[in-house]
Design a protein around this ligand. Sequence first.
Ligand code: FAD
Length: 385
Amino acid sequence: MKYDLVVVGGRVAGSIAAYQAAKNGLQVLLLEGNPEIGTPVQCAGGVSDSFFKSTDIKPLPEFTCTRITAATINGPYGASITTGNPIIRGYIIERKIFDKYLALRAAEAGADVLAGSRVKDLMFHEGSVSGVKFRGPDGTCEVKSGIVIAADGIQSCVGRMAGLNTRFRPGELCSCAQYEVTGFDVDDETMEFYFGSVFAPSGYLWVFPKGDGRANVGVGVRRTRCSDNGPLHYLNRFISRAGCSRLEFNAGAVPVGGPIRKTYTDGLLVVGDAAGQVDPLTGGGIHVAAECATIAADVATDAIESQRTDAAFLSKYEDTWREQIGKNLDRSLKFRKVLESLSDDELDTLIGSFDGKDLNSISKISLLKILRHYPKILKMLKNIL
Ligand SMILES: Cc1cc2nc3c(=O)[nH]c(=O)nc-3n(C[C@H](O)[C@H](O)[C@H](O)COP(=O)(O)OP(=O)(O)OC[C@H]3O[C@@H](n4cnc5c(N)ncnc54)[C@H](O)[C@@H]3O)c2cc1C
């Protein structure tokens, strides 16, 4: 068997790359290791309007649970603000259904999709990646390909098999635990965030409404920054007060230390969580993965058409995604470091200081006016704002 492109990993990054490449006319094989695409879920499903505006994906009723128009930010000691700023508007999506929808879209564009097929090794020709070996329902198979895209998530092995350093240090990871609950008192249009060491040391706790009292309630913490307790400890403590029923539990990690140093080599590109392409401040990866996957597919198409699958040609992928989103990811990383350096007192006071301000259209100048009372924060932010 031979394909122009094999994509490893059938979730956001992989399915979008496979769709785009198939639409461009490449012969594409999409391999997903899990028996069912979309499960187990490892996501809270928050997606902003800008995701739908920058892709050709529509917010369809089959995978959108709720329309989000506001967010409440809660401090450790009771300070709280609610904003309807346009940048937070979006949807809570059902990832199980969304991921399957994306894979279906790739299949309809012409890609062959194989769930239950885990890549075990790469094949090489003259030092360049030239295919994959995988174990699937039909046993062990070898498939040759012009290019391989590794969209295999945070534990990415495929990039490593090609000699790239895709390993994240423990300090670069945010450990998460989440329940889908029912019977939770939450406004259907408002996401809730809780900050401070009582809720989530060096991270945050989220409540994302899914409609009719259902919600994804989760916690993300940096394990290297909290003592013995992991995210489940903080999550259980919060949930026990709410007295709701738990429909689902999932856990996972998010790379929040910024992208890996190199995302291409001869015959291979790395995208999505596997490349650390996640917003380091929010931990949101869907939007970033979609953008990078589309770039990867377009570069792979150019490479196949011009018969140039060498690293020098494929470096165009990294140049492009760094140019488009590199600065935003860097800024988010700096913001996260500032937030992490604040004590609970400082966090609560800072959140409280925004109370009564019009957060819907806050400008840089008005932000600086508020922050002038916090010289420590201003000093830290001076290179970011
Ligand atoms: C608890 C939690 C909550 C989150 N909430 C949000 C949120 O609200 N909004 C947001 O934007 N982001 C959120 N994220 C981040 C987001 O889920 C990820 O950034 C996004 O799913 C990355 O997509 P991906 O396709 O790169 O990787 P993944 O979703 O990890 O998919 C990788 C796929 O590759 C497959 N795979 C791995 N190895 C192989 C192999 N050898 N062969 C075949 N297949 C393989 C895996 O089975 C998996 O299906 C959250 C993350 C967590 C952990």
